[in-house]
Design a protein around this ligand. Structure first.
Ligand code: NAP
Length: 268
């Protein structure tokens, strides 16, 4: 039996175990997915211990995504983003990936949203914002990053090819964009009456991906749907980062529908 797992602190709320175990069941793979909660200063030791114990792969979440960079050989994307959320331990050297980037790109592709040549606005410049900005720029979009703390947006934009940055007042750029990603925590429970983007900036020509997945239907997505925009909830991003991790670990096409069903059953 293979063992996969999640490193985080805390990890009690994680939706990854049911999502991955649904994939093992669908493809008849003899594997389990378990959660690990090491001390906050023990990221590298945890990766080493997992390798020693023969664990096949790890996902990594808050607060360890940056800390594990030094404990793995990151691929180009993970190195540029500066964070690892998936580790393959099947060979000698632990290999680090950032599947949040693919999670953004594949969520949009699944909903037939083209990225190449489009204008995109990312609101937020934390971990999710970094992943979204790289995903969009690498797929050919012109990216503008709007963040409450302008310096953080500017620092991210300096790393992302062609990106521009500004404060939340620059959200008016959404009016001329075709893609909007909310990568802030605004709209999350218990503040689910809030929205990160003024309703008046939304329009029918926009595809809106909200990284927030609790609640599934945020005020931003409700207001976007009301003006005729394409809406993509945060569970899609969560799903596709897991799909990408599964495919990296197993080399097999993931059973997307089974994983999606399991994830949405947890979020219902
Ligand atoms: P993070 O690194 O802590 O970044 C938080 C971001 O939200 C920062 O840009 C912060 O701005 C902004 N923000 C917080 N409160 C705000 C407010 N009241 N007004 C305006 N901006 C505000 O967090 P993260 O890891 O990027 O996560 C952000 C969201 O994405 C969370 O809801 C998380 O659950 C979600 N997420 C989803 C997925 C998925 O797979 N669906 C993956 C990762 C994260 P400042 O820089 O000014 O503080």
């Amino acid at each position: 039996m293979q063992v996969f797992g999640l490193l985080g602190n805390p990890v009690g709320h994680s939706l990854s175990p049911p999502m991955h175990e649904a994939a093992y069941e669908a493809l008849d793979i003899d594997a389990r997915y378990v959660t690990f909660e090491p001390d906050r200063d023990a990221a590298a030791a945890a990766v080493e211990a997992a390798a020693t114990l023969g664990i096949a792969g790890l996902n990594v979440t808050i607060p360890f995504k940056r800390d594990v960079l030094d404990a793995v050989e990151p691929d180009g994307v993970a190195r540029r983003v500066g964070a690892v959320n998936t580790i393959d331990l099947s060979e000698g050297t632990p290999r680090g990936y950032n599947t949040d980037v693919a999670g953004v790109e594949r969520s949009l592709a699944y909903h037939d949203v083209s990225i190449d040549g489009r204008d995109a606005v990312v609101v937020g410049a934390g971990g999710a914002g970094r992943a979204a900005a790289f995903a969009l720029a690498d797929a050919g979009a012109s990216v503008h990053i709007a963040n409450r703390t302008v310096e953080r947006a500017a620092s991210l934009a300096a790393d992302v090819p062609g990106a521009t940055a500004g404060g939340l007042e620059t959200l008016s750029r959404v009016e001329d964009a075709q893609i909007l990603v909310n990568a802030t925590s605004v709209g999350m429970d218990p503040d689910d009456g809030e929205t990160p983007v003024p309703e008046g900036n939304l329009h029918a020509g926009l595809a809106v991906l909200d990284a927030v997945y609790a609640p599934i239907e945020t005020r931003l997505l409700r207001e976007a749907a009301a003006v005729g925009a394409t809406t993509i909830d945060g569970a899609w991003m969560l799903l596709f980062q897991g799909v990408e991790a599964f495919e990296r670990w197993t080399g097999r096409a993931a059973p997307v529908d089974a994983m999606n069903e399991a994830l949405r059953a947890e979020l219902a």
